[in-house]
Design a protein around this ligand. Structure first.
Ligand code: AFP
Length: 289
């Protein structure tokens, strides 16, 4: 099953082919480098390596005008301006959850294909998705038409589910941040959810969101007392994940409105992120009002 837009198909097939290699290349790259990414976090060797690999490959696709990643300060100009032409901008978190490398837990690669120059609103996305490096490597691809899940093996993409939809009955939840750092209104909401759903939190957005898409429920990384803007990045994490979950029939929110409607000021803006079943996100927004 291919994506109908040829540039988007080239982007997703390039990421899919690269994923097998990225997974293999993690071996021997579990250490850190002496650098911080633009968000001030220590970079793993694997972060830098996967970013360079994806920048080279995605940047040379005809129809990709910009490449940006969580691991580099500025957008790379690699063709026509996406704001003034048919070209797209590709934003990537090359290794989401890379601190899980040390403990050998789940990680991912997240991507968003924007029909606008970066930074852009999530409403400009034409496709988004992720690779999950779990016991097997899977890829979720959301477009205007559908959300589909694939297994990746040896560079091949095999459909597992060509119409991924969020289950109606929520089962799992995962909330990031330390509980004493949660604002009181979020803590009250979280207490209710703890009584209703089962806790599943793995410290990698992709692993946690994939559980929500599989079982139903909600993932949240709220604004904290010490950091009201939250931890996750709008362009590289919030928007792509919001797009996937909304296309699969759920909702996304920054606590007030859809993540996709948030106007970014900066490429590396952070945002509170909440995704999941409609009813849970409605309740969250009511609790934070
Ligand atoms: P790292 O890439 O530094 O491991 O951060 C992962 C992440 O951005 C996201 O994938 C997780 O949902 C979130 O941070 C986990 O944060 P906590 O370590 O505070 O739980």
């Amino acid at each position: 099953m291919t994506v109908s837009d040829p540039v988007v198909e080239e982007v997703v097939s390039t990421i899919g082919r690269s994923a097998t290699e990225i997974r293999q290349g993690l071996i021997g790259r579990r250490g850190t480098v002496d650098e911080e990414n633009p968000s001030g976090e220590t970079q793993a060797e694997a972060d830098v390596w996967a970013d360079d690999l994806l920048a080279d490959r995605l940047g040379e696709i005809d129809g990709v005008g910009e490449y940006a990643s969580e691991e580099r300060a500025d957008v790379i100009d690699c063709g026509d301006d996406p704001a003034a032409s048919d070209a797209y901008a590709v934003a990537v978190d090359p290794l989401d959850g890379s601190s899980n490398l040390k403990s050998n837990n789940a990680m991912g690669t997240i991507f968003g294909v924007y029909d606008d120059a970066l930074p852009a609103r999530g409403e400009a996305l034409v496709a988004a998705g992720y690779v999950l490096y779990g016991p097997i490597t899977t890829m979720m691809i959301a477009t205007e038409e559908t959300v589909a899940e694939y297994e990746l093996s040896g560079g091949e993409r095999t459909v597992v589910d060509d119409d991924v939809t969020l289950p109606d009955e929520p089962v799992v939840f995962g909330f990031g941040g330390r509980v004493p750092d949660w604002p009181d209104d979020f803590r009250e909401y979280a207490r209710e959810i703890e009584d209703e759903l089962k806790l599943r939190y793995g410290g990698a957005l992709i692993g946690d969101v994939n559980q929500v898409l599989t079982y139903g429920g909600t993932f949240g990384y709220p604004g904290l007392q010490s950091r009201p803007e939250g931890k996750l990045r709008l362009q590289f994490e919030g928007n792509p994940i919001g797009y996937v979950v909304e296309r699969a029939g759920g909702r996304s929110s920054n606590g007030d409105r859809s993540l996709l409607s948030v106007q970014p000021d900066d490429l590396h803006d952070r945002t509170p992120v909440h995704v999941g079943n409609d009813e849970l996100i409605d309740r969250l927004e009511a609790a934070l009002e």
